[in-house]
Design a protein around this ligand. Structure first.
Ligand code: NIG
Ligand code: FE
Length: 419
């Protein structure tokens, strides 16, 4: 039961307040709004006040005796982390492909030979919903232990409606039964099924005419995503799918310029997509257009790391005015990790982001990437009581002391869920 919670004695309370309307860009990505010796007052699941201990206690009108007092004891307190891009619900894993890649095979070769996404799709198709639920539930517990309180989950291991629907329904049920909030994205256009190999446009028609209307009508997704990549969906096919989704009220997301430059960033800008993800090979022109259109770049350095590829040019994107968010891309092929804190380390060490920018990218900007900027992503009045406490005295140490899970306490909707 969510009653009154007071988190006191935070060495640094990072609020990120004042950015609920739009994601932060450029230098503003470093404007964390840090309060020393901060206190957070949460009432019935929502944040009432976040300020210095003195200021909060002077205005506190709750019942102190009945309140749960959490002594942060000189630790770092930040908004609950948000992971805006995962492929949460799926069956099995693909460690044998990892071995093949270590011996020189490429991710796309494996996929084109019928492995990769196709391999996970055939396992997911056969899996019982209860088994998908249980596997994803266990994964969500691990996410929670790494400080994540909200995440986005895509379908995409069906490429036919029944399995896509099964994945989305499992994600919906997980949202109801697990403390982590789950935001759903339809991704029927994740790969071209074998039977459509010679006529991919027919598959695109099928997505547009059959799957998308069902995803929208049945209220199973808020977003629509496409793997726009050489050998998968062309920019023209991606455009058709994303435009059709928009007409049905599904906001556009896009896997763009992940393996090869393919003008995915440009397309995201033209379509007014909420976000473009990956962007390892995004062109200078594409970055410029994204900045002009306000498209959020969701960067996934774990994928570059795991595919042993070049990292996205986060520095150029931030300096060009693209709002940046970070994510694990949790999936069995290109990024089998739930450690958003490790992604944060990679963002600093491999993409030249500063520790302050990284915090913004996994909180308020990640919230905006899933259209939740008004509900979560900062610690300020009226927002959800979603808080992560890390066992470090300041946010810089979170990045400096790398490869360690510093998560200490997690509070979701005003309830302590990890302690
Ligand atoms: O974001 N690129 C496409 N989709 C995922 C990988 C999915 C898989 O390999 O199973 C990604 O990298
Ligand atoms: Fe992905």
């Amino acid at each position: 039961m969510a009653g009154t919670i007071l988190i006191r004695n935070a060495s640094q309370l990072v609020t990120l307040k004042g950015s609920s309307d739009a994601p932060l860009t450029g230098e503003a990505m470093s404007r964390l709004e840090v309060i020393e010796n901060g206190t957070v007052w949460i009432e019935d699941g929502l944040i009432k006040l976040a300020d210095s201990d003195e200021a909060v206690m002077a205005q506190f009108t709750g019942n102190y005796e009945a309140a749960e007092i959490i002594d942060a004891n000189g630790r770092l307190v930040v908004p609950g982390l948000i992971d805006p891009h995962t492929h949460l619900v799926h069956a099995g894993s693909r460690e044998e492909e990892f071995n093949m890649r270590l011996s020189g095979a490429s991710y796309m070769d494996i996929m084109n030979a019928g492995g990769g996404i196709h391999a996970t799709a055939s396992k997911t198709k056969k899996a019982a919903p209860e088994d998908l639920f249980q596997a994803a539930y266990n994964t969500l517990n691990e996410f929670l232990l790494h400080g994540v309180t909200t995440l986005e989950a895509k379908s995409g291991y069906g490429m036919e409606w029944e399995t896509e629907k099964k994945q989305l329904q499992v994600a919906k049920e997980l949202n109801e039964r697990h403390p982590i909030d789950i935001i759903r994205t339809f991704m029927g256009a994740h790969a071209v099924p074998k039977e459509y190999k010679e006529r991919p446009d027919t598959f695109v028609d099928h997505i547009i005419e059959y799957m998308l209307p069902r995803a929208a009508e049945e209220g199973l997704a808020e977003f629509n995503d496409v793997f726009c990549e050489q050998g998968v969906f062309t920019p023209e096919q991606s455009r058709r799918i994303l435009e059709a989704g928009k007409k049905l009220g599904l906001k556009a997301k896009i896997h763009a310029d992940e393996i090869e430059p393919y003008k995915g960033a440009e397309l995201a800008a033209e379509l007014g997509a909420i976000s473009a993800e990956h962007l390892l090979k995004a062109s200078e022109e594409g970055i410029k257009k994204m900045a002009e259109a306000g498209v959020i770049g969701v960067l996934l350095p774990g994928t570059a790391f795991f595919l042993m590829a070049e990292f996205a040019d986060a520095r150029k994107m931030i300096d060009s005015g693209v709002p940046i968010a970070l994510s694990t891309d949790f999936n069995p092929g290109s990024s089998p990790t739930v450690s958003l804190p490790f992604i944060m380390n990679l963002a600093c060490l491999k993409m030249g982001m500063t520790p302050a920018e990284v915090i913004t990218a996994v909180t308020i900007n990640a919230a905006h990437a899933i259209n939740r900027g008004r509900e979560i992503g900062s610690i300020e009045q009226g927002k959800k009581g979603d808080i992560t406490i890390f066992n470090v005295p300041n946010y810089m140490k979170l990045q400096y002391s790398y490869g360690v899970n510093h998560t200490h306490t997690v509070i979701k909707n005003g309830c302590v869920v990890v302690r």
